[in-house]
Design a protein around this ligand. Structure first.
Ligand code: NAP
Length: 252
């Protein structure tokens, strides 16, 4: 029985890993010994600060700017990983955006943006990561979807469909990659306190809290804890699953 999770010798990529839930995941995987490549798109300064802080704790960390929805930028990211480490053991598809509006007001640009980052981005990185993992016959992929992907959400036709697609993508990948020693799972956060949710919580905090059986919002660390388990050998027989981290929201 293993009492402590160790990821020494492993290399992890966290997309959108410089802030919010991604930052907690980068910190957690790093603290357990993984070399972490922190991908960012716009948050360059925060990525540099996080890298410097983790390095000052003796952790091996690199940062790399790439928009995950752009194939050429994802190619460059994986070229970097190949030269930095030559391997990839853990992929966390965390990068995500919301562009909420009601269906009748939803414009094509907002539909496409949300699908491009949340779903196409995960496809692009997963395809590249699978190449690296298949050759070593092992690997962990964790897709950060959302409870919206199984429950829907008012004003979220774009986001709910992208995250629902990501959950189905997870299952289909799991079937293809299980024989190759790779596990693929999804984590479905409920309401987690980050910049993504600040506005909604300020606007409708009490109403939202009433919908959560635990009567509180979650923390990024609580999502990272499950990601850590799914990134470790403890979860080797679990694949194609979608796990809510939501204080009971999805069963209420
Ligand atoms: P957040 O604070 O808004 O952070 C979003 C992250 O995604 C940032 O690191 C951002 O990087 C990155 N990102 C956005 N577009 C990108 C792109 N084109 N390429 C690369 N990275 C990109 O959001 P969060 O709350 O931490 O959310 C993290 C994940 O959890 C998302 O997938 C989100 O959908 C999901 N989620 C969150 C909640 C919640 O309650 N917070 C609930 C359900 C699901 P830059 O800043 O560098 O651009």
């Amino acid at each position: 029985m293993q009492s402590e999770i160790k990821l020494s010798g492993k290399t992890a990529l966290v997309t959108g890993g410089a802030r919010g839930i991604g930052e907690a995941i980068s910190r957690t995987l790093g603290a357990c010994g993984a070399k972490v490549v922190i991908n960012f798109n716009k948050s360059g300064e925060r990525a540099e600060k996080l890298r410097d802080e983790l390095r000052s704790q003796g952790l091996e960390t690199e940062i790399f700017q790439a928009d995950v929805s752009q194939p050429d930028q994802v190619d460059a990211l994986f070229q970097f990983i190949r030269s930095y480490s030559g391997r990839l053991d853990i992929l966390v598809n965390n990068a995500g955006v919301i562009r909420d509006s009601l269906l009748l007001a939803m414009n094509v640009a907002d539909w496409e943006k949300v699908h491009d980052v949340n779903l196409k981005g995960a496809f692009l990185t997963t395809r590249m990561a699978a190449e690296l993992m298949v050759s070593r016959h092992c690997g962990k992929m964790i897709n950060i979807a959302s409870v919206s992907g199984i429950r829907g959400g008012r004003g979220q036709t774009n986001y709910a469909s992208a995250k629902g697609g990501l959950i189905s993508f997870t299952r289909a990948c799991a079937i293809e990659l299980a024989p190759k020693g790779i596990q693929v799972n999804a984590v479905l956060p409920g309401f987690i306190q980050t910049e993504m949710t600040t506005r909604a919580m300020r606007r409708a905090g009490e109403v939202l809290l009433d919908r959560i059986p635990a009567r509180r919002f979650g923390t990024p660390q609580e999502v990272a804890n499950l990601v850590l388990f799914l990134a470790s050998e403890l979860s080797d027989y679990i694949t194609g699953q979608a796990f809510p981290v939501d204080g009971g929201l999805s069963v209420s």
